[in-house]
Design a protein around this ligand. Structure first.
Ligand code: NAP
Length: 490
């Protein structure tokens, strides 16, 4: 009775070192980890000990005999992964805790003082890494501009993904430890300057995430009714910056541009039974708007073919469990070259197979459905008949769709912090392995970056844990090397 990892896997790999038989992969030290959609348990190697269940912060592991019908596809997904990439028994890896072998500082050693800007996942993992390092004693000030911590876990993760949001309990217990002070509602760059923060600490780590949608850059992109999917997500989750958004849900069709996990999230929110969201983080205003919504069809337009879909398989499974998802068979001809890496080949074949299992037509009794389109590149948005028309290239031929709302979901970009370098083109803070670079390309001593504002908006929540570890490694190495200036007296 092997164990199975299901949809809400956060990839933070807490389970990996707990497994006595190394049956959970890819591990953070394996090359496939960076692009893994989730972690997988090899059913042929698992000894059913349950150690992983206790370690998982988001309750994403269960035994195969306890799988619900909804989670049943994940049993095959865990097994198929190893059929495609090779058995866990043949892996030659040595994922050990990098803290092992480090020496404790002597009791009179200087205490490291760190400010962490941002109380989302990236900031949490920086705090947690600092707390777990035995070669340094640290005091940590966490600064968060919102009155509530959690970042995109609170304001980005979909309200119906309650298990995923449970990772916030881990965040809270880190912040509750001695040596950590959390300052909510403080805007770095306005209430306190970046220079003041640097002067008061040995180091400042910027973990400010990627809140905003990337610019669409098409004619009509500024029309009312064209709303970044990221803004729509923040609105229904109650982010104070987006309280007045009031998206128009008075038309039957919504068009989403791009097909990443954010696109599937908004498609699901718009077509699911609104009562699913009662009692969640969704605001009363959003819930009421969804209850009176006229939206029946969400069309998701993707530029490339099914094998290149940006969504992850667990999220497609979750969407299809909630609402009828249809795909025209003609859209399903795979495109492009076959990837060479086994994991990439597996993901591509898996997506195509999952998409082929979906119907070509149909809807829920009340007409609700999601339509996935491929080979469709948007070219313009125009106002028409009280709504909007999206023009797009459909496999080389011009086409268009009428709708009431267009949600570009084409990736995210960071937020610039006054006094901190920022690269507009990539939406990130320029850095070398977490050390922030000044305009001349030289390292700014004592200034670091972690998470999406360091590497761009890729991966899932737990991916930030190992990203933070890299930044903390650099910071502590600099501290021990005497590169960091001592905090000035307050
Ligand atoms: P994403 O995964 O990067 O997907 C972006 C999509 O936009 C792609 O389909 C891309 O197509 C398309 N696109 C980019 N530029 C475009 C343009 N100019 N015109 C039309 N289409 C364009 O972004 P995301 O959905 O915002 O997700 C960001 C990260 O958050 C991802 O790592 C995601 O997995 C994560 N996330 C995870 C969850 C979850 O686990 N439940 C939920 C939400 C978000 P091309 O491929 O053709 O470039």
């Amino acid at each position: 009775m092997p164990h199975v990892i299901v949809q809400n896997c956060c990839n933070d790999a807490s389970c990996v070192p707990e497994c006595p038989v190394d049956c959970i992969h890819p591990t953070p030290d394996e090359p496939d980890y960076a692009t893994a959609e989730m972690l997988y348990i090899d059913p042929d190697v698992c000894i059913d000990c349950g150690a992983c269940i206790d370690a998982c912060p988001v309750s994403a592991i269960t035994t195969d005999y306890e799988l619900t019908a909804e989670m049943a596809p994940f049993e095959a997904m865990n097994a198929d992964y190893y059929a495609a990439v090779g058995s866990a028994a043949d892996r030659d890896h040595s994922f050990t805790d990098p803290r092992i072998g480090r020496r404790r500082p002597s009791s009179d050693a200087e205490t490291l003082s760190v400010a962490v800007v941002g109380a989302g996942a990236a900031g949490h993992y920086v705090v947690s890494e600092l707390q777990h390092r035995i070669d340094v004693r640290a005091t940590i000030d966490v600064y968060e501009r919102l009155p509530e911590p959690g970042g995109l876990v609170r304001f980005g993760v979909a309200p119906d993904h309650a298990e995923t949001k449970k990772v916030q309990e881990q965040f809270a217990s880190s912040r509750a430890q001695s040596g950590v002070t959390t300052h909510l509602g403080v805007r770095v760059g306005e209430d306190v300057s970046a220079a003041e923060l640097s002067a008061a600490h040995h180091a400042v780590v910027y973990a400010v995430g990627s809140l905003h949608g990337r610019d669409l850059g098409l004619p009509g992109a500024d029309l009312p009714g064209v709303t970044a999917a990221a803004d729509f997500v923040a609105w229904y989750n109650g982010h104070p910056d987006f309280a007045g958004l009031a998206p128009d849900l008075g038309h039957e069709r919504v068009v989403v541009l791009g097909n990443g996990n954010v696109a599937l999230d908004v498609a699901r929110i718009l077509t699911a039974d609104p009562e699913t969201f009662a009692g969640t983080d969704m605001t009363d205003e959003a819930l009421s708007a969804l209850r009176s919504s006229q939206v029946r069809e969400v069309v998701v337009l993707a530029r490339r073919g099914p094998g290149h879909a940006a969504f992850t398989a667990p999220e497609l499974v979750g969407l299809a469990r909630t609402v009828p998802v249809v795909v025209e068979p003609g859209d399903l001809d795979d495109d492009g070259d076959e990837p060479t890496a086994a994991q990439a080949r597996y993901y591509r074949a898996q997506k195509v197979e999952l998409l082929r299992s979906l119907p070509a037509a149909g809807s829920a009794p009340d007409g609700r459905r999601v339509v996935l389109r491929f080979g469709t590149t948007p070219t313009a948005v125009a106002a028409s008949d009280g709504g909007l028309t999206v023009a797009f290239d459909d496999h080389g031929a011009p086409s268009e769709l009428a709708c009431g709302l267009v949600l570009p979901s084409i990736g995210l970009k960071g937020t610039s912090v006054p006094g901190v370098p920022y690269d507009e083109a990539t939406g990130t803070i320029p850095n070398a392995d977490g050390r922030v670079l000044g305009p001349d390309g030289a390292v700014l001593p004592g200034v670091y970056v972690a998470g999406w504002c360091k590497r761009g908006p890729t991966g899932v929540i737990g991916t930030n844990r190992f990203d933070a570890r890299g930044t903390v490694d650099a910071l502590i190495a600099d501290f021990h090397a005497g590169v960091l200036s001592a905090p000035s007296a307050e």
